[in-house]
Design a protein around this ligand. Structure first.
Ligand code: GRF
Length: 216
């Protein structure tokens, strides 16, 4: 069984989507630990309710990013995971950390990468007058939000959308595509080779696999 460690910083709705998929028998993984860099967040409660071991490693207790990442890496590696899943983990990672988990760490980012790397993606898409927006799962490389895309869900931006309404529509898709991507990895259908995502022996396009919800 594919052994996964999930890193969170907050509410953990993406973690919940993974737990739910696993409970439905749709995700052949063992989540051996959930690690948060913030204490007392809802995601930790979700993990505990599912019987998953939790750890808090508070970044504020470390004098530098390097020291924090070194401790985080050491604690993750105690679980010997095949895959590290960043699920709303709001930390910029050091290059050494990303290299250590090269081709075995996934992230989810609420935009159609490479558009809108960084924060406030929903607001930026609205302000730009975009007609579409979405969410991307990608392999993590040293470039922030820059590794090869695995899957994107595209959602329409509609008249009267606010940051909240758009975020809600995008989040619903996050909870669809993250379990899909993790299950592909667990089934050994997905890998990263030469800085490209490969699914079922085919190199994916730069967008990754596209799930276009506008056609529904
Ligand atoms: C999600 O919007 C995700 O795309 C972003 O952080 C948020 C995490 O939400 N990286 P949650 O903690 O999974 O509810």
């Amino acid at each position: 069984m594919t052994n996964v460690v999930v890193l969170i910083s907050g509410s953990g709705t993406n973690l919940q989507a993974l737990i739910d998929a696993k409970q439905k028998g749709e995700l052949p993984v063992t989540i051996s630990a959930v690690i948060s860099n913030r204490p007392n967040v809802k995601g930790l409660e979700r993990a505990q309710a599912a019987g998953i071991e939790t750890l808090v490693i508070d970044h504020k207790d470390y004098a530098s990013r390097e020291l924090f990442d070194a401790e985080l890496q050491a604690r993750i590696d105690e679980f010997d995971p095949h895959l590290v899943v960043l699920a709303g983990f709001m930390r910029i990672l050091t290059e050494g950390f990303t290299r250590h988990y090269s081709a075995r760490m996934l992230n989810i980012h609420p935009s159609l990468l490479p558009k809108y790397q960084g924060l406030h993606t929903h607001q930026r898409a609205l302000e730009a007058g975009d007609t579409e927006h979405g969410v991307t799962v990608h392999f993590v490389t040293p470039e922030l939000d820059g590794g090869p895309n695995v899957i994107q869900a595209v959602v329409a931006i509609v008249e009267g959308d606010t940051v909240e309404s758009l975020a809600q529509r995008v989040q619903a898709q996050e909870h669809v595509i993250y379990p899909m991507a993790v299950s592909w990895f667990a089934e050994k259908r997905l890998s990263m080779d030469n800085h490209q995502s490969v699914l079922d022996n085919e190199v994916l396009p730069p967008s990754g696999y596209v799930l276009d919800t506008r056609m529904k």
